[in-house]
Design a protein around this ligand. Structure first.
Ligand SMILES: CC(C)(COP(=O)(O)OP(=O)(O)OC[C@H]1O[C@@H](n2cnc3c(N)ncnc32)[C@H](O)[C@@H]1OP(=O)(O)O)[C@@H](O)C(=O)NCCC(=O)NCCSC(=O)C[C@H](O)C(=O)O
Ligand SMILES: [Mg+2]
Length: 292
């Protein structure tokens, strides 16, 4: 079954209150962060706290992804070893991936565990296709803060300075059939700004967006879910195409536009995504009712 990744929330591995709160949030996935959100002095304690929470707390249907520190730091290898076969973890997220060799190094420790890659360095953008094709890779996460830092670019609402990198990673992810989620929107109280950036990411083809605060969840879930109009159109396109085929034709016309096989594939993907979102919400609700 397809899994939705509309909203992917970062939670610092050191913040117990936030780790507890996350089980009631309507997010599709959680990134439990041991990297940038955790201060150097807290790294070892955060690793132990997180291992305990992931063993004890039921995060329901949400995908549980642990962002480890890089292997060029003193903590990276111990992070990878601690979560390599942890039953409460679905994937390991590797920061600042420059090329497939960085994933090889982590996979040598984590074995069969699926990997995700932070796409946030200039070299990573140039090697995006090879990173996406790595056999252990499941998904990519845009790290737009680090990318902007390395490029020396300024914040712009239209994200024009980041477009080359965003586009290269999207192409790479889609070519290898990987999930790809957009970067964070730092101004977490700016709802209009977030909605605009979500709409841009959705238009481009991202599966969802990474978030830093619970206040960003609702806007993001709505932006990355198929709208009612999209679902209605998808159903009607499939019906129209099936009717045309029954009459021996390969093309249908609906609302003055052609519908070909490729449009039916897109329509089926819209319906499958909607079903996945519905199934995820129902599972979360069942678990919440059971926990009461
Ligand atoms: C940004 C924050 C530091 C704000 O924290 P705070 O001032 O505590 O927020 P609130 O008082 O408004 O919080 C309200 C309640 O929500 C809970 N909360 C807050 N944030 C989270 C969260 N991320 N997950 C779950 N729950 C959260 C608080 O505990 C409050 O709960 P309650 O007590 O019940 O009222 C803070 O939001 C934060 O630390 N966010 C995460 C920051 C982070 O993870 N940064 C690193 C990832 S971003 C990154 O690295 C991007 C990438 O690498 C790149 O290069 O771009
Ligand atoms: Mg980063």
């Amino acid at each position: 079954m397809l899994r939705p990744y509309r909203s992917v929330l970062y939670i610092p591995g050191s913040k117990e209150r936030a780790l507890e709160k996350a089980r009631d949030l309507a997010v599709d996935a959680i990134i439990f962060d041991l990297e940038d959100a955790v201060a150097p002095d807290e790294k070892a304690a955060a690793r132990a706290t997180l291992a305990r929470f992931l063993a004890e707390v039921d995060y329901g249907p949400r995908a549980r992804i642990v962002r480890i520190n890089g292997f060029d730091t003193e903590w990276g290898r111990a992070d990878a070893a601690a979560f390599a076969d942890h039953p409460g973890v679905d994937a390991i997220l590797v920061p600042k991936v420059n090329g497939p060799a960085d994933l090889d190094a982590v996979a040598a420790v984590t074995g069969e565990m699926p990997l995700w890659a932070m796409m946030e360095t200039a070299l990573g953008m140039l090697n995006a296709a090879a990173i996406a094709a790595h056999p252990r890779l499941e998904g990519m996460v845009m790290g737009t803060n680090d990318l902007a830092k390395e490029l020396g670019s300024r914040f712009r609402a239209d994200r024009m300075p980041l477009m080359t990198g965003l586009g290269l990673c999207l192409l790479a992810a889609k070519a290898s059939g990987r999930v790809i989620v957009d970067g964070v929107y730092n101004a977490f109280k700016d709802e209009a700004g977030l909605a605009a950036e979500c709409a841009q990411g959705r238009d481009m083809g991202f599966d969802g967006k990474t978030l830093i605060h619970p206040a960003q969840v609702e806007i993001t879930n709505e932006a990355f879910a198929p709208s009612e109009a999209e679902v209605d159109l998808a159903r009607r396109q499939i019906e129209a195409f099936n009717a045309a085929q029954a009459q021996g034709q390969g093309v249908a016309v609906l609302d003055g536009r052609i519908v070909e096989n490729l449009h039916v594939v897109t329509a089926q993907a819209v319906l499958a995504k909607m079903e996945a979102i519905r199934a995820q919400a129902m599972t979360a609700e069942r678990i919440a009712v059971g926990a009461e």
